[in-house]
Design a protein around this ligand. Sequence first.
Ligand code: BJW
Length: 244
Amino acid sequence: MNEKVVERLSQTRFLLVITGAGISAESGIPTFRGTDGLWKNYRAEELATPSAFERDPETVWQWYDWRRGIIGKAPLNPGHLAIKELEDMFENFLLITQNVDGLHARTGIRNMVEIHGNLWRVRCTREGKTSMLMDVPLKSIPPKCECGAILRPDVVWFGESIPSHALEQSFNILEQCDSLIVVGTSGAVYPVASFPQAVKDHGGFVVEVNVEPTPISAIADASLFGNSGDILPMLVKWLKEKRG
Ligand code: BJW
C-alpha cells in the first residue's frame, strides 16, 4: 500500500468517500458500463430517463424488477464493510453513494447521502408521495399508488435534478473535507464526476480505488488499482496499524 496515502489519510480530519457501482460488483450486482451492464440489449442511458418511463413504464419497471431481484439476494462484500469501518475511525465522515441498491445502508452506516435515490423507495407520479416497496418480484407491473396513479422508482434519472438537500449537503462537504476516497465509479456521470476536482480545488487529497484507470485517475493524487473488496480492507488495516 502506498505510504503517502496512509500518511495523508491518517492526518485527515474530515474524510469523504464517494462510491459507484464498482463497490457492489463483488456482491454480484452488474455495473452500468461494464460488459454485464446490458439488460435485454438496452443500455442504462436508454432506460434511466423520464422520457423512457413516459413512453413505456412497463419496460422500465421490468428492468427495475430484474435488478431488485438480484440486489435483494446480494450479500454485502468486504468493500462495503470497510467503508463502515472508516466511518467508525474518523470523527468527521460522509459517504456519498451514487448507488440506488441500498447495500451501504445495510452496514448500518449513519452519515450517507444516496445522491441518485434508492430503488426500494417509490414515488407516486400524481401526488409525489414516497413510500417503501419491498416486494420481489413486484405483484403488478407497473405498480400503482392507492390513488390509482402509476408509481415510479424514487431515483434520479438522466436530465433530472439531484434533490436539493442531497446536493447542498454534498457541496458543503466538498469544501470541508481534507481527503476523498473515490471508489468504483467510471466518472462518466455528472454532477458526481466533478466532485473529485472540487475537492482538489479546495486543497483536498484524492485517492481513487478502481479496477482500471478512469478520467478521475488524471487528477487523483493516488490511484489504487484492484478490487475494492481487496483494497479497502487493506487500507483500513494499514490505517489502524499507523494509528497504533
Ligand atoms: C470496480 C470493480 C471492483 C468494477 N472494484 N471498481 C455536465 C456535463 C455533461 C453532461 C451533464 C453535466 N451535468 C449534467 C449532465 C447530464 C447528465 C450526465 O452526467 N450525462 C453524462 C452521461 C454526460 N447528468 C444528469 O442528468 C444528472 N442530473 C443533473 O445533473 O441535473 C442537472 C442537469 C440536467 C441536465 C443537464 C445539465 C444539468 C442526473 C444523473 C442521474 C444518473 N442516474 C443513474 C441511474 C440511477 C437510477 C438507477 O440506478 O436505476 O445513476 S445513471 C447510472 O450512472 C447510475 C449511476 O449511479 C451512475 C454512475 O455510474 P457508476 O456508478 O460510475 O457506474 P459505472 O458502471 O459507470 O462504473 C463502474 C466502475 O466500477 C467502473 O469504473 C469499473 O471499472 C469499476 N469497477 N468492478 C472497484 N470490483
